[in-house]
Write a protein that binds this ligand. Structure first.
Ligand code: HEC
Length: 104
């Protein structure tokens, strides 16, 4: 039996390591967000509206204790209402960095 906590721990380690190796790039994240996320989320200030009840990135980015490595991790895990977008770790980190920048 693989325990959930073990999987979470190793995923955290992997994401942590990859962030050390590659600096996250918010500009790349913006491109990815506009391609993959804009159908449901308002991803930038120049976007008027989006499809569903998904929170805008500016609101997510304002979360006071927003941790980009946790956010990147969240993006790699299947999410009930969100499709599995098969993002790479680097892409997830870039998007997380971009979301954070939208909260400023
Ligand atoms: C098919 C529609 C859809 C797409 C595409 C989508 N999302 Fe979401 N997302 C949602 C919905 C709906 C929620 C709210 C889920 C809930 O409340 O349970 C959500 C929630 C989130 C949350 C959590 C917000 C919070 O405060 O808890 C994050 C972060 C997020 N999405 C990021 C992204 C990113 C980044 C992308 C693109 C890579 C993306 N989403 C693409 C529908 C989508």
């Amino acid at each position: 039996m693989i325990r959930f906590s073990t999987v979470m721990l190793s995923l955290t380690t992997i994401v942590g390591l990859s962030q050390g190796a590659l600096a996250a790039d918010a500009e790349q994240g913006a491109t990815l967000a506009k391609r993959w996320c804009a159908t449901c989320h308002v991803v930038s200030t120049d976007q008027q509206s989006a499809g569903g009840q998904a929170p805008p990135f500016s609101a997510i980015g304002k979360t006071t204790d927003l941790d980009t490595s946790k956010l990147a991790l969240f993006l790699l895990l299947p999410h009930p209402k969100m499709p599995d977008m098969n993002l790479t770790r680097a892409e997830a980190a870039d998007i997380a960095e971009y979301i954070k920048s939208q909260g400023k």
